[in-house]
Structure formats: structure tokens, C-alpha cells
Design a protein around this ligand. Structure first.
Ligand code: ATP
Length: 242
């Protein structure tokens, strides 16, 4: 199997199958995210994008196939081990704690890290990315606007300084000015070359302007992939239009 072996860098999924109970959702998924790359996962509603993100994070156990990250096999590893290996996850739907303050929400991002990082506290770089949060540290998460909650959810994942960030539809349901702010954050992450990003995003503009590479999912399998600059309107019509 040396021809399908991992080269030790980035994320590599091989022939992954996963689902819920009896229902198989993902079939034969092979995908890579190289260090420093922004990779966009596209597809219509319900095709399995969130299921794929959860499988990468270890929230769903695959029935077949493998997950490697940074040269280590993580297929059977629980989510906390994956977090320690450098994978950060921002689930769909701004999953913050509304009753906790912004600062308490951010501190939760340190829970899955080692003691050295916990002692160091919230890195200043997080506030540089999201200055609005610094002004709101004592506010309850639930009192923030939708866009601010999304920024908090991303900031919480960045607190542990992951090397791979999984973002599930971060632009969904937020106003255009905040969409631009989140796009700028992803652009800065890309420019820093210190972190890779795998994100679920439907916007063709985003996929072609920021992402390096795209995958299109349909009914649980990858039906198209390529360099983002080559993503055409025709492919979008074929695979993504409702
Ligand atoms: N917890 C669950 N138990 C059983 N089936 C589920 C569960 N979560 C999702 N599914 C099913 O798995 C399939 C894929 O769902 P998934 O959320 O991964 O799709 P998606 O591409 O992320 O869609 P969306 O863009 O709407 O979030 C759907 O048919 C969905 O009904």
C-alpha cells in the first residue's frame, strides 16, 4: 500500500466511510489538506459536509478508511486527542455558551490544550484577529450579535493555536459586513502560512478567490475536485445549483 501512504504532512482522508446507525452517509472519501492550504468543501444541503467535518474531528467513527494528520494515524482517536494534535473545530451554527461571558467562552478553548498553553492564557493574536471581542470580554455570549457570536466561535478555536482549522459554514446567516470580516480573517490565516483551513462554504466567489483547492460532495461522495482557480460556473451549475 506504499502508493497510497501518507507523506506525513497535513490532513489525509483515505477511502472513508461513515454514517449514523444503519444509514451510510459518506462513501469512499479521499481528501487532502496540505499545510498552509485553504480547502473548500462544497455541495448541496444534506450531502454529508457536516458529517465529514465531524468524522475528521472524531465525533463520528468511520466504518472504513483512515484519517491521518501530520503523519499520525488518528482514525480511532477521540476528539480531544485530535485537538491536542493540532486540529481546531468550529461547528455549524455558532455553538457558543450564551450564559458564559466572552472571556469564559474563550477560556474554554484552552481546555483541550496542554498545561503550558493553559498557563499562557488567551494568546494576544486572537484579539488582534477579532478586536471587537477584546472590548466585550465581560459581556454574556448570548448578548452578542450573530456575527459577533460567529467571531467568538472562531476565536475560541484559535485560542489553542491549531495547525488545521475546520470551519463549518462560518458565513451562514450573518450580515455581509461580518462575512467580509471573516473572509479577511481566513485570508490572514492563509497569508501567515501557519495554519491550514478546511471549510464548508457555498460561495463560488469565496471558493475561487481565497481557497487553493475545492472538493464537491454529492450524496456522500466526492464528485469533483481541483484547483480553485479552475472552478467553473459550469461545474457549479452541474453540482451545486438546486
Ligand atoms: N445525527 C444524525 N443522525 C442521523 N442522520 C443524520 C444525522 N445528522 C445528519 N444526518 C443525515 O446525514 C445526511 C448528511 O447530513 P449533513 O449534515 O452531513 O449534510 P450537509 O451537507 O452538512 O448539509 P447542510 O448543508 O444542510 O448542513 C443527511 O441526510 C442528514 O439527514
Amino acid at each position: 500500500m506504499s502508493s497510497t501512504g501518507t507523506d506525513g504532512a497535513g490532513l489525509e482522508l483515505k477511502e472513508l466511510e461513515a454514517g449514523y446507525g444503519e444509514s451510510m452517509i459518506l462513501r469512499d472519501i479521499s481528501l487532502r489538506v496540505k499545510p498552509g492550504q485553504v480547502v473548500c468543501l462544497m455541495g448541496r444541503n444534506g450531502v454529508g459536509k457536516t458529517t465529514l467535518m465531524k468524522t475528521v474531528m472524531g465525533l463520528i467513527k468511520p466504518r472504513r478508511g483512515s484519517v491521518h494528520y501530520a503523519g499520525r494515524e488518528l482514525t480511532a482517536s477521540p476528539p480531544d486527542r485530535r485537538a491536542k494534535a493540532g486540529i481546531g473545530y468550529v461547528p455549524q451554527g455558532r455553538d457558543i455558551f450564551p450564559q458564559l461571558t466572552v472571556e469564559e467562552n474563550l477560556l474554554l478553548g484552552l481546555e483541550s490544550t496542554d498545561s503550558r498553553r493553559r498557563k499562557a492564557g488567551i494568546p494576544e493574536s486572537v484579539y488582534e484577529q477579532f478586536p471587537v471581542l477584546k472590548q466585550m470580554l465581560q459581556r454574556k455570549g448570548g448578548d452578542l450579535s450573530g456575527g459577533q457570536q460567529q467571531q467568538l466561535a472562531i476565536a475560541r478555536a484559535l485560542v489553542s493555536e491549531p495547525k488545521l482549522l475546520l470551519l463549518d459554514e462560518p458565513m451562514e446567516g450573518i450580515q455581509p459586513s461580518i462575512v467580509m470580516e471573516i473572509e479577511r480573517v481566513i485570508e490572514r490565516i492563509k497569508a501567515s502560512r501557519s495554519m491550514a483551513v478546511l471549510l464548508v462554504e457555498q460561495s463560488l466567489t469565496f471558493a475561487t478567490s481565497i481557497a487553493n483547492y475545492y472538493y464537491v460532495l454529492d450524496k456522500g461522495t466526492i464528485v469533483a475536485e481541483g484547483s480553485s482557480s479552475a472552478l467553473s460556473e459550469e461545474q457549479v451549475r452541474k453540482h451545486l445549483a438546486v
